[in-house]
Design a protein around this ligand. Structure first.
Ligand SMILES: [Zn+2]
Length: 235
């Protein structure tokens, strides 16, 4: 009984998790009769392990594309942050470890314009690693909408809570609300990993803005004290 190499099983799961509605018609792993006539990572090796998967390009996730995923996976390999793949083919382009992951024209009979092909290493430790490949970092339009919704709610809540602060200040309300309402585990609905990652950056920016608002508030308070001070002094 043939099995798929664990690292590619993890990569396929990452695609399924990140794009739960994706089309799988052009997916594949174990080679058919045509594959078995030639050398292919889709054929089981002597241990019965298959070292290739094909992933359908239709992710059914507006705002994200298979190209973006391929580029992220390749970028990590090129930067030396991953070494579990040996080559990737997509849209007449091949990126391989043996050519430092530089893109080269692929002229094989299948142009790979409906799916991307991922081939894995035969080195045991690499085969067995199920660490993320970077696909889960790809942000979809739904993630962007989610980020905007959560961030807006957090800022609105902070602004309306301002009156409740004894001293009338914002006192970390915006940053704290963004943290409490937008980011798990405090919020009931957990954003997807990709959205969460962007929101963490957004929160940092909000905390910066918050401190700018505090400074402006102090300035305004100072100005209004001066303006309302009795003017009779010196007379
Ligand atoms: Zn393939």
């Amino acid at each position: 009984m043939a099995t798929l190499v664990p690292c590619l099983d993890a990569l396929r799961s990452e695609f399924n998790r990140n794009f739960p509605r994706r089309d799988k018609s052009s997916d594949g792993w174990i080679g058919d009769a045509a594959h078995q006539a030639s050398r292919s990572d889709h054929n089981p090796d002597s241990r019965g392990i298959v070292h290739a998967i094909d992933v359908d390009e239709d992710l059914r996730a507006p705002g994200a594309s298979l190209r973006e995923c391929v580029e992220e996976v390749v970028r990590r390999h090129r930067a030396g942050r991953d070494n579990r793949l040996t080559y990737v083919i997509y849209e007449r382009t091949i990126w391989s470890a043996s050519y430092d992951w530089r893109p080269r024209d692929y002229s094989g009979s299948n142009p790979h314009d409906k799916h991307a092909h991922f081939s894995a290493s035969y080195v045991r430790a690499r085969e067995n690693s199920r660490a993320p490949f970077g696909v889960e970092d790809i942000v979809t339009q739904a993630d962007r909408d989610d980020i905007v919704r959560r961030t807006t709610a957090a800022v609105v809540a902070a602004l309306s809570d301002r009156d409740k602060q004894a001293d009338g200040s914002f006192t970390s309300m915006i940053g704290r609300n963004a943290l409490d309402q937008g980011i798990p585990p405090a919020n009931g609905v957990t954003p997807r990993w990709a959205a969460w990652r962007v929101m963490t950056d957004t929160r940092t920016r909000i905390v910066e803005l918050e401190s700018m608002i505090e400074q402006l508030q102090t300035k305004i308070d100072g100005l209004s004290r001066t303006a309302s001070a009795p003017a009779q002094q010196g007379y």
